[in-house]
Design a protein around this ligand. Structure first.
Ligand SMILES: N[C@@H](CCC(=O)N[C@@H](CS)C(=O)NCC(=O)O)C(=O)O
Length: 319
């Protein structure tokens, strides 16, 4: 009989809280890189990316895959946004528009991939998953590392114009790293720490920290097109995936309602809209049906009716 992994797959049974009621995100487990001469060589037709359009972390990987023109090199499979008791389902387990079947193993759920390569795996079954078809294992399931891999590892195999795209350039690394240091805990994960808190004090601390950091970001974006320097970097990608979900989901579902982006943060809104409407890597990686359905459906501990709100209208304002 197979091992009971319900406590790892069912988010409503998550034990990821400390005694103060604060949400603690577990660290990712698969942390390999793709490099010449390494266990995972950069090659065509070897790697596969599993994502959910709902997930901000997976969307980082989707955006960078497209910015770097890696679509032919690294095919992608999209799961259903309705993450239930067994985690993320493929189309065969949950027929949702836009969901797909696992082309490699006909898995029913993302957890099947984790257990296929690591039967004793005791962590959460998260997306994104970067899979190696040769060794039949997960190379990496940490989006911040997957986007760095995509940024450089395949440069010799892609269109030279795309190879020149560098979202983590040497001269801006220090600034990018410093920004990541607060944007990740306060904003990217801050919305989750607000929404998943199970005590009022933990929620209030998280939501105040979140809005303080949004205020800080708003000032940084004053008169600027990109967050760091005058070019698109991973700082924009990493921050944008949270900003685009903010008004449609986090304001309501995660109680991040001190302000919304469209009326409270004109600079963030301008930056966010511009990337959405003018750069296909951003718009094409965004599916609001999957985003809204995922959050409002998948956390019955927060929204037991699973009703998905109609608004906001529009989901993203015009330029
Ligand atoms: N650190 C990971 C986090 C990924 C993550 O937490 N993904 C969420 C979806 S937004 C997930 O798959 N959660 C499933 C679960 O926790 O059971 C990354 O950035 O790649």
């Amino acid at each position: 009989m197979s091992r009971d992994v319900t406590s790892q797959s069912d988010i409503s049974k998550s034990k990821y809280h400390d005694e103060s009621g604060a949400f603690k995100r577990a660290a990712s487990s698969f942390r390999d890189s793709i490099e010449k001469g390494g266990k995972f060589e950069p090659e065509k037709d070897r790697y596969h990316l599993y994502v959910s359009y709902a997930c901000p972390w997976a969307t980082r990987a989707l955006i960078v895959r497209k910015l770097k023109g890696l679509e032919d090199l690294i095919p992608v499979t999209v799961v259903s946004p309705r993450m239930g008791g067994e985690g993320w389902p493929f189309l065969s387990a949950d027929n949702f528009p836009g969901a797909q079947d696992d082309p490699l193993y006909k898995s029913q759920h993302i957890k099947d991939l984790y257990l296929r390569c690591s039967p004793d795996y005791s962590g959460r079954f998260t997306v994104p998953v970067l899979w190696d078809k040769k060794h039949e294992t997960i190379v990496n399931n940490e989006s911040s590392e997957i986007i760095r891999i995509f940024n450089t590892a395949f440069n010799h195999l892609i269109d030279p114009e795309k190879a020149k795209v560098d979202i983590y350039p040497e001269n801006l690394r220090k600034e990018i790293d410093e920004l990541n240091e607060w944007v990740y805990p306060d904003i990217n994960n801050g919305v989750y720490r607000s929404g998943f808190a199970i005590k009022p004090e933990a929620y209030e601390a998280a939501v105040k920290q979140l809005f303080n950091s949004l205020d800080r970001l708003e000032k940084i974006l004053e008169g600027k097109e990109y967050i760091i320097g005058d070019k698109l970097t991973e700082a924009d990608v990493r921050t944008w995936v949270t900003a685009i979900r903010f008004d449609p989901v986090y304001v309501g579902h995660f109680k991040c309602n001190i302000r919304d982006i469209r009326s409270g943060y004109p600079n963030i809104n301008r930056w966010m809209k511009k990337l959405y409407w003018t750069n296909p890597a951003f718009k094409d990686s965004t599916d609001f049906d999957h985003i809204k359905t995922h959050y409002y459906w998948s956390h019955p501990q927060i929204n037991p009716t699973r009703i998905v709100p109609v608004g906001p209208v529009p989901l993203v304002q015009d330029l």
